[in-house]
Design a protein around this ligand. Structure first.
Ligand code: SF4
Length: 251
């Protein structure tokens, strides 16, 4: 029995955004996963496709959509037991804790992961993070894969907050970490190169992903970006869920 409470995002039906789909990006692309979307983020990317997890009425944050969300409608609390009771019937082989920024709630995540494994068996456990909050050893011990996506200057974030040296160094030394950089144009590559060199990230642990929230935009950036991956030894990742489902919640 775990009474700890988590803040979750809400799907189109007003339910906690917990859903079974395939991983659309990165090292596990194509793998079936149960996603648990936590609400709240410490960063505020101007092109974020989950701005309903943080861009609430009354906040000063800017977003290209110029839409504010009602916190009371978009964020709900659930006990760990309640989350597990939604996850277990989906019989997951793997889970993805995503957001928002899940590490804002990392003190509660070990208990959540333990409770899911206790109910469902040894599920593969991934966390999607922006790489700006240092993970605890307690959390690291329970996670198979960190999908770390440090934010570049074009995100509009204060880079002193988005690119914290001690945090990036910690993620870079973890064998479970894969790095994914969202690329808008070729000028972003210099920033990626600097980060990769500074933190000695192996090139084959680096994904470049086209910025885009619709298939046309993604496709337009994919050709030149894949050419750059070939040249630099990085991996390319698509955004498969956008091609399959569009920019929608619960997918
Ligand atoms: S870090 Fe991720 S969830 Fe947070 S604002 Fe940026 S894209 Fe959105």
């Amino acid at each position: 029995m775990t009474d700890s409470v988590l803040r979750l995002a809400v799907d189109d039906r007003g339910e906690p955004e917990i859903f079974h789909s395939i991983q659309g990006e990165g090292a596990s692309l194509g793998a079936p996963r149960v996603f648990i979307r936590l609400s709240g983020c410490n960063l505020h990317c101007k092109w974020c496709d989950t701005a309903y997890t943080w861009n609430f009425n009354g906040t000063p944050f800017e977003h290209e959509d110029q839409i504010k969300f009602d916190r009371a409608e978009e964020m709900l609390t659930q006990t760990i037991d309640a989350v597990v009771s939604r996850v277990a019937p989906l019989n997951p082989s793997g889970i993805v804790l995503t957001g928002g920024e899940p590490l804002q709630q990392q003190a509660k995540l070990p208990a959540l992961i333990d409770a899911i494994k206790s109910e469902c068996g040894p599920v593969w456990t991934e966390i999607e993070t922006n790489g700006s909050i240092r993970p605890t050893d307690e959390l690291i011990a329970r996670v198979n894969q960190f999908n770390v996506s440090p934010k570049l200057a074009h995100s509009g974030n204060d880079l002193k907050i988005a690119q914290r040296a001690d945090v990036l160094a910690r993620f870079a030394e973890l064998p479970a970490s894969w790095f994914k950089f969202v690329i808008e144009n070729e000028q972003d590559l210099a920033e990626v190169t600097t980060l990769v060199r500074t933190y000695r990230i192996p090139a084959d642990r680096v994904f470049l992903m086209p910025l885009g929230r619709d298939p046309e935009t993604i496709r337009a950036r994919s050709k030149w970006l894949s050419d750059i991956c070939v040249k630099m030894g990085y991996r390319f990742t698509d955004r498969l869920h956008i091609h399959l489902f569009g920019d929608t919640r619960g997918t």
